[in-house]
Design a protein around this ligand. Sequence first.
Ligand code: C2E
Ligand code: MG
Ligand code: MG
Length: 724
Amino acid sequence: MPRADPATTFAARQAAGPLRQLDLRQLVERLPAIVYVADVGIEGRWRYVSPGVEAILGFTAAEMLQDVGLWARQVHPDDRARVFAREDDLIAPGAPEEYRMLHRDGSMVWVRDEAALVSDSDGQARWHGVISDISDRKRSEAKLEGRAEQQAAVARLGKRALEGAQVAELMDGALGEARRTLGVEAGAVFEHAVEAGPAIVRAQLGEIGAPPDATIAASPSSRWLPATLSGEPAGSLCCQIESASGRWGMLWLAGAPDRLFEAADVDFVQALANILADAIRQRATEQDIRHQALHDPLTGLPNRILFLDRLAHALSQARAKVAVALLDIDNFKLINDSFGHSAGDELLMQVAPRLRAALRPHDTIARLGGDEFVVLLQDVEDEHAAAAVARRIVAAFDTPFELHAGEHFAKVSLGVAISHGSDGTPTSLISDADAAMYQAKERGRARFEIFDGAMRARVVERLSVENDLRRAAQRGELELLYQPIVSLEERRLVSVEALVRWRHPTRGMLDPKAFIPVAEESGLIDPIGRWVLDSACEQAARWQAEHRDRPPLRISVNLSVQQFRQRDLETSITAALTRSGIAPSTLCIEITESVLLQESDGVRDTMTHLASRGVAFVLDDFGTGYSSLGYLTRLPISGLKIDRSFVEALGRKTRSTEITTAIVRMAQALSIEVIAEGVENELQVGELHDLGCRLGQGFHFHKPLPADGISALLGGETRPAAAG
Ligand code: C2E
Ligand code: MG
Ligand code: MG
């Protein structure tokens, strides 16, 4: 119906003459509302209804008037009781009431019904009312309420996340909030597969069917909402769960059949997804930190802390015996030194899988640090069983390692300790295994030893040696013997090597091998070494003063590798020289190749400084270590002592003889002096002489002698220097 402009109409009417009585009926019929007059009662007849009813409920005015029960039937079933109460009790007449009605097409209409009971001209009380459509207002109210609910839901989930709820719990929580707030029937939290493949369902609500395909996972947008891309509401939605470290997965929801999502709903779901993303990232960080605290970063194996924990646990509940196998890669330092640290790391990384393959799945392998690994063997029946495992571990190192630098054979020394009842603590078991490993190394490496009573006794003895040794120097129990080094040709005394002895109060005279290793391990080597150095230099000064008529007697002093770790080694040596007053050129320091193996700037500088002042350096026991010729040219080394084992083999056609020959030739080429150690017979002297070796030391000439023995030798010596 074409609508006239009210202003024009009014103006026209005014112009037409005096204002006519307004035609109220016409006015009422143009109202966008239902104006009605109806009898009281649910089945009350509608006496009048304005045509506005058709726009609001879809029924014509005539239909409403004819069909007596029509209005009552169209009241929304859920609101009937409340609305009809008005008819039954005539309560609150005149109070506006809001309720839902059904449109002819089945859709829902919110109405506001303002009615009053009015006594008509026939004396009957009837409803005179106006029903207006408030659906729009109700909808925006609901929307506001919905947003508030969504905000509350986000806050609730966020609070649970802050309180440290498990990630799985939060996922269920997010789906629960979505169901409550959006009315969805189905939904899921999917984790993207690491490799291409279907996503993994981590939490689920209702029936979800197959996980969304890869196109969703790969969607470039953080949201995936096909229908809303064109601005239309959609029936399902999907938000990415992602953080700085990447896209973890997604939160997917499907609406009830009549539920369509809008852009604001996407914001809500994305907020839920973001809470999940934060929680996942944070829990992952926590796990990382925990993992890092308990694992070795290089090999990924458990570290000492975790190992001790597992060992303690195993000991506390073991019904059977528990064994600890400690292993150390033989000469690992050499790999680092020769091929670089990355080669060392490469090797360490390959050790773990080898051990794994030699063990049962539930045995724990840990890296204690450096090249030291430890294995926890649970439920070991007896020593035989432990030995079998140890043998397998040693055998696992039979094949070479493939390093970038090339193939490399690395062997291990293994110490095994087995728990006995409840007496073992984690640390005591490890230290027993350590003692056994030490023994394995001493007995030639690439083998295993099982800790036993005898070893315990040795450990105890070692401790008591250490205790006694602490006081040995102060109590004057240390002594020096001196072994002559002679020229092979004239048998002239060229120098003497100072060799330490310990006159133990109860155990008698002890050789260095009985206490030097203990001194080295306990750090006592520093004061002992200083005492040796001072005493030897003083003694040399006395001999030099007493025998001015011969070239000054040189003195050799042995220095352990540990002494090179001292910062003030150079100072100690300088002090010994100054105090005694001997010329630096009459002091010779004997070092083993182990010193050079840890060649560092410090070692090099110390040696270079001292050498520049005339102090000589000689490589002891040459041929038993790694004899890299590199250091002979790099470092100021003036001589080498061929180890006794090579000298012993002289005269027999052996490989050792060939090596000795090669050593002497090479030393000659480098102008390095060669001294033969452990010369025991004339045959060896002849061979050495033929090889061109000029100096020798050994029982054949002299055993190590006390100082006055050397004095006697010096006194009785013919005077070759004066003669020559
Ligand atoms: P070394 O420096 O190689 O000393 C030579 C060892 O061989 C000495 O043993 C000596 O007695 C022995 N020897 C000499 N000639 C013969 C021989 O013809 N046949 C046999 N079978 N042996 C012979 P010693 O005195 O027991 O010293 C052993 C090791 O202890 C030394 O080997 C040295 O490495 C270390 N040492 C000795 N004194 C000291 C010291 O004051 N400080 C340090 N750090 N180490 C020392
Ligand atoms: Mg020596
Ligand atoms: Mg030697």
